[in-house]
Design a protein around this ligand. Structure first.
Ligand code: ADP
Ligand code: MG
Length: 334
């Protein structure tokens, strides 16, 4: 959409910017028509349905102006791929809406597009289209990711049943720890651990490989973005069940343990800090073998952390089975 009263803040015009930096990212996707049409066209394989998800990243909320543009672009894409991963969808491509304040120059856009380009190769997806506007406010990057899935095979948040087991991929707490370190806390953290934790905050790894087979066995699933406890509570509420998590079973990385230890307080921290982008899911006990196989084949650990019961809400238990009070289960915008 064009706004006749707003001047372009960039050295080159809107259409040049799109042609120079974004049109090349549509390569391999004929339906994007090189960004020369009003819309993009795509097909999903016969018998499959389209899965759509959108996430916006806002300057000052999700990233800082000084963060590397390539990393901001990749993160914007990856948080969306993480949503597709949690649903077991195969990514098809994405749409990119940019609201650019005056401080964003051409070099910023070039680096941002380069970050997207690298990740497109990594995840084998094209850019399909988007929108570019100026804004008097903060930089906003909104990505809509599209994927496909065998029709009727989606794994929702609502399918957890009493008796199911609760699992999570990878390890939790690293990204929250990375943010903590960037904020100047834990100055004594060993350099190696520091780098690993900050990297997980800056650039999440969408769990697409385990996500697709997990969706075949899971009764409910989501990606952990707000915090393990907060997000499992979403499953508990939507599925109308109670979820019990054993703190001692929560998977922590060596880097996390090197900085925070692995006592109960460290585990509560890991389970309530956000940005993990792991997949938390429930599955019947009979799926344990299949899940172990998925972990072995993808190289991503999948850890049993609790169980689903009749009732409501979420409970975190210490090693004696006592409920641990959790005052802030995770991140909330408002
Ligand atoms: P409209 O007038 O409908 O808003 P635009 O002139 O904004 O159309 O967009 C022209 C073409 O450029 C479309 O194909 C659109 O998808 C694409 N486009 C615009 N901005 C972006 C962007 N930030 N990323 C990818 N494609 C974009
Ligand atoms: Mg437009």
């Amino acid at each position: 959409m064009t706004n006749p009263s707003s001047e372009s803040p960039r050295r080159i015009g809107e259409f040049e910017l799109i042609a120079k930096y974004f049109a090349p990212l549509t390569e391999g996707s004929p339906g994007a028509l090189g960004l020369t049409d009003d819309a993009a066209y795509l097909r999903v394989p016969a018998g499959h349905e389209l899965v759509a998800t959108v996430d916006a990243l806002v300057e000052g909320v999700h990233f800082l102006r000084d963060d590397l543009p390539a990393t901001i672009g990749a993160k914007a894409l990856r948080v969306n791929l993480s949503d597709l991963a949690a649903k077991g969808a195969v990514p098809l491509g994405y749409l990119l809406a940019l609201s650019l304040p005056a401080w964003v120059d051409e070099s910023w856009v070039a680096q941002f597009a380069a970050g997207l380009s690298d990740d497109q190769l990594r995840f084998a997806i094209p850019l399909l289209g988007g929108d570019t506007t100026t804004t008097p406010g903060p930089l906003v990057i909104s990505i809509t990711a599209l994927g496909h899935l065998a029709a009727g095979k989606a794994v929702h948040r609502s399918g957890a049943r009493a008796g199911d087991i609760v699992f999570v991929t990878g390890s939790v707490g690293d990204a929250g720890a990375g943010l903590d370190l960037l904020r100047g806390n834990q100055l004594a953290a060993p350099e190696e651990s520091r780098a690993a934790l900050v990297a997980r905050y800056r650039l999440p790894e969408p769990r697409l490989d385990p996500g697709q087979p997990i969706a075949q066995v899971a009764t409910a699933a989501l990606d952990v973005s707000d915090g393990l406890i907060a997000d499992l509570n979403h499953i508990a509420q939507t599925s109308r069940v109670r979820i019990v998590v054993n703190a001692a079973q929560i998977p922590l990385s060596p880097a996390f343990i090197a900085v925070y230890g692995d006592d109960l307080a460290a585990r509560v921290k890991a389970a309530t800090s956000g940005d993990d982008y792991e997949i938390a899911f429930t599955a019947p006990a009979s799926a344990r073998g299949a899940i172990a196989l998925i972990a072995a084949e993808t190289g991503i650990p999948v850890t049993e952390i609790g169980r689903v019961e009749a009732g409501e809400g979420i409970a975190l238990l210490d090693s004696r089975g006592n409920v641990v009070p959790v005052t802030h289960p995770g991140w909330q915008h408002f």
